[in-house]
Design a protein. Structure first.
Length: 437
């Protein structure tokens, strides 16, 4: 990997793309530290220091924003509205025939879906920004902080609207920066910004674990966490690269005096076909009851039950529901993202077949059978990886934002592998020597 980056910096046009990407990353990180108007910055810093890493319900969103959410900066919402909008559009593509038709139109249809995603991102940013401002004004953003009620000293309607507009504009700028990296940088812009947001929280979280440690002034806990992180990265790389290759043979066709086809290829079915989406879905769904209970008044029995069972990550009921939801959403997302019947029809149209399997419906049934078989280990793997922060809470007395949590490791490793593959493919295009030397 380091060799690929060194060769890329020696190639002039790739070096320009890498430096442009680094420049966009610097702009993005600067924006995560600029507070929005109407916020008492000193009170925010006091509450952040008192929270000492325990960020409760907002931990996942804060991780995707690179720590900007709890700082209430212009990039507080980060890339999360765009991720949510992309997932919603992907799910609606299966339900709405118009979107499905656009998806099949090629580049023009994809551009139209991208435009819809941008509009939905802005709408979600307005909604989430309003919720964040309301939470900050009520003092619920930092429950237990002594100065939480003074984070937004001026609670006039004009100040609230200004804060929401600033955060929505910040989300639009983040979306634009990601598209700039995709167009003029090394590509995969949104994923790279997500990668930077998560990686930016690692040093502070690791140092917090070191300060809270008791063995050898915290260095034993620090080294143990690093070792666990390396083992997890190796495991995630191994599983993310694993795939079941379905062989496909294309029959020969005579057109005139020329022979076409007769080639052999394969359909790669990944063990973790759903990626990190099931973990995000499960986390978001489990946040809803706790969020409702947080804003509900009184001390009703249902609120007490939710606070006792569904707000603590170490509770057995929470762990069981989290694991089962991840397994369910893994099968659900694979079912809507991979259509065996469509793949079988395309193979039949172009004269392809799986050796030993008849074309058409038997091929679709075979693909569905194989996909269900490999989704089981993939979903169980996702569930076990996602439970690592819970084990860290017990073993290291760490915060809810354990640096080597399942979601963060999955995203960092996935984006890192994809970025390295893109750089290597561009290097191969520029250093191809041809058949004759």
């Amino acid at each position: 990997m380091l060799t690929a980056f060194a060769r890329a910096f020696r190639t002039p046009d790739l070096r320009k793309k890498l430096l442009f990407t680094l420049g966009i990353i610097v702009v993005y990180r600067v924006g995560t530290h600029i507070p929005i108007p109407g916020v008492n910055y000193k009170a925010v810093q006091t509450c952040v220091s008192e929270a000492s890493g325990n960020q409760g319900l907002f931990g996942l969103v804060n991780m995707f924003s690179g720590g900007a959410l709890l700082q209430i900066t212009i990039f507080a919402l980060g890339i999360m509205p765009y991720i949510t909008a992309s997932i919603i559009l992907q799910l609606l593509t299966v339900v709405i025939p118009r979107l499905e038709a656009l998806k099949k139109e090629g580049q023009a249809g994809t551009a139209k879906i991208t435009q819809y995603t941008r509009y939905l991102t802005v709408a979600l940013a307005i909604l989430q920004g309003t919720g964040l401002v309301a939470t900050a004004r009520s003092g619920a953003l930092f429950s237990g902080c002594t100065v939480a009620s003074s984070i937004v000293p001026d609670q006039a309607i004009f100040t609230t609207i200004t804060m929401v507009i600033c955060m929505t504009a910040g989300t639009a700028v983040v979306m634009w920066l990601g598209e700039l990296i995709t167009d003029r940088g090394i590509g995969n812009g949104m994923s790279i910004l997500m990668f930077i947001s998560i990686a930016a929280t690692f040093p502070s979280n690791l140092w917090t674990i070191k300060k809270q440690g008791t063995l050898a002034d915290g260095w034993i806990e620090f080294g143990s966490v690093i070792a666990v992180g390396l083992i997890m990265v190796a495991l995630v790389v191994f599983v993310e690269q694993a795939q079941r290759r379905i062989p496909v043979q294309y029959a020969k066709r005579m057109i005139g005096r020329r022979s076409y086809g007769g080639t052999s290829t394969y359909i790669p079915l990944k063990v973790n076909q759903a990626g990190v989406i099931p973990v995000i879905f499960a986390s978001s769904l489990l946040y809803i009851p706790a969020l409702v209970a947080q804003f509900a008044g009184g001390n009703s029995s249902w609120k007490t039950w939710i606070e006792a069972n569904l707000t603590k990550g170490t509770h057995p009921l929470y762990i069981s529901m989290y694991f089962l939801l991840i397994v369910f959403f893994a099968f659900f997302y694979v079912a809507i993202s991979f259509n065996p019947e469509e793949v079988a029809d395309n193979m039949k149209k172009y004269g392809g077949f799986i050796p030993g399997i008849r074309a058409g419906r038997p091929t679709a049934e075979y693909l569905s059978y194989v996909l269900n078989r490999i989704t089981w280990p993939g979903s169980l793997y996702l569930g076990l990886i996602a439970l690592v922060p819970t084990m860290a809470l017990v073993g290291f007395n760490a915060s809810n934002n354990f640096p080597f949590g399942g979601t963060s490791i999955l995203i960092i490793v996935g984006v890192g592998l994809e970025t390295v593959k893109q750089i290597e493919s561009q290097l191969q295009q520029r250093n191809y020597e041809g058949f004759l030397r």
